[in-house]
Design a protein around this ligand. Structure first.
Ligand code: PHE
Length: 465
């Protein structure tokens, strides 16, 4: 059991940063960002994205971290501590990570499978990819519901082992090693990728400023894509940063941390693009989107690289796995902290281990149900049109997260105005206070509403703009 106040606390600010950046850096960076940047006008998209990070991401992140630290409890207790009538926002922050953890674990499980198979290819093992085309390989995997379920369970079990060990002895200890390792592996893959013949074209796809995407109503599409990405990639609107903030010692500088986390996350997203896009261009493949890029296109590329392909494939999928598991750990922590804190408050006993396994098993069941759908092959579609993975994603990412962040901005920007400002200012000079208040009041709620509409529009293909 944790020492300190029996609840757990980060051992160092670096440890906290690695955990928070670990949460932020995930499949959204390695998968969504490079493609969205390319499709959204390259450098033009990046500029817009950066503006959103500064005016909205930084602001909401500050708010969530400060809310956590001030109330010293997980997301449900935190909103209740502000006022009982905000419990509903707390519930949204509790349900969203639970909806995400199932499909996120399925995708993380696929990463394990790919890392293992590429490893096997290094010495020609029978359980390797064996040069099979990336498309065929992936279809065979998701149609094999038993295998998909097993990998989902393995992925979740690994995350659970870390979470049950506690905040400093589990999450911090793991992410302090895993995140620098991820960074190092990413550099290796970038070096290989940008030195491939024809790599420059991939970099051009990503970075070439193409402001024509802003023409007509195009800017609305790009703004909503950049807004959704900013939001998902910073793990906002789902209790994670509230929980992580609640383990932050009172003397740590929240405001500075709220700048470092998005900066690190953005750098890694750009690096991910530099690792992926040149290789895609060099192999003459489609830049593509969705599951195709990560699990089909890239595997085909590794197959085509000859003997070294298996080594790079192994390193690459291992680093994607690390990115995914550190995010899954944060999703679990956001949920687990709720009953743990409740129990701790009423009895003084920390039941972290028990609650971690209970929630973990519930998450496994959810993950298995999604695995059994085989990405829309087997189960009847959700809401009559989505595969189960997309259905869960829609409710969480499309609705609960932006709505939760919108309400958060309204609560702390308009109603309880001093609540978080005081907390941020308590541990450091809050130089950007006026900027923060302005953004929280006006820009963040408008943008969040906009993202909400944009998400619903794109999920349902409504073609509003
Ligand atoms: N931020 C993670 C990513 O970019 C995903 C994530 C979203 C993790 C929400 C936790 C919560 O992939």
């Amino acid at each position: 059991m944790e020492k300190d106040n029996n609840r757990g606390q980060w051992g160092s600010n670096f440890g906290f940063l690695m955990a928070a950046v670990g949460s932020a850096v995930g499949l959204g960076n390695l998968w969504g960002f490079p493609y969205k940047m390319g499709a959204g006008g390259g450098f033009a998209f990046l500029l817009l994205y950066l503006v959103l990070v500064v005016f909205v991401g930084y602001v909401i992140l500050n708010t969530e971290l400060a809310l956590g630290r001030k109330t010293g409890t997980g997301v449900l207790g935190a909103y209740k501590a502000v006022s009982e009538k905000y419990a509903v926002v707390g519930w949204m922050g509790a349900i969203a990570p639970f909806l995400i953890i199932g499909f996120y674990s399925l995708l993380g499980g696929y990463c394990i499978k790919y890392a293992v198979a590429n490893f096997g290819d290094i010495f020609g093992a029978s359980w390797g990819v064996g040069g099979e085309d990336g498309v065929g390989y992936f279809v065979a995997l998701f149609e094999n519901r038993f295998e998909s379920s097993i990998y989902t369970i393995i992925f979740l079990a690994l995350a659970l082992i870390v979470v049950q060990a506690g905040v400093s002895k589990g999450i911090e200890k793991f992410t302090k090693i895993a995140m620098p390792a991820l960074f190092f592996m990413l550099i290796i893959v970038i070096i290989r990728s940008v030195t491939l013949p024809g790599a420059a074209e991939g970099l051009a796809f990503m970075f070439k400023p193409d402001f024509s995407v802003f023409q007509g109503t195009g800017w609305i599409t790009v703004l909503s894509s950049a807004g959704g990405q900013m939001f998902f990639t910073l793990s906002l609107g789902m209790g994670i940063m509230v929980a992580y903030g609640s383990y932050l010692p009172k003397n740590e500088n929240i405001n500075k941390n709220a700048m470092i986390i998005p900066a690190a996350d953005t750098i890694i997203a750009i690096m991910a693009g530099m690792a992926i896009m040149p290789a895609v261009a060099s192999a003459g493949q489609e830049y593509g989107a969705g599951p195709g890029l990560l699990f089909m296109t890239l595997q085909t590329i590794f197959n085509g690289m000859g003997g070294a392909g298996a080594i790079f494939g192994f390193i690459f999928y291992l680093l994607v796995f690390i990115a995914a598991i550190t995010s899954a750990i944060s999703l679990l922590e956001a949920i687990v902290s709720i009953p743990v804190d409740k129990h701790l408050k009423s009895t003084g006993v920390n039941k972290r281990k028990q609650y971690t396994w209970i929630i973990g098993i519930a998450a496994m069941i959810e993950g298995i149900i999604i695995a059994l759908d085989g990405l829309g092959t087997y189960l009847p579609p959700m809401f009559g049109r989505f595969c189960w993975l997309d259905g869960f994603d829609l409710i969480a990412e499309g609705i609960l997260m932006p709505l939760g962040a919108f309400l958060t901005a309204v609560i702390f920007g308009w109603i309880r105005k001093d609540f978080v400002v005081d907390e941020i200012a308590s541990s450091s000079e809050f130089k950007s206070k006026n900027f923060y208040i302005f953004c929280l009041k006006y820009i963040a709620p408008i943008m969040m509403l906009f993202v909400l509409i944009g998400q619903i529009n794109s999920f349902f293909g409504l073609g509003w703009f």
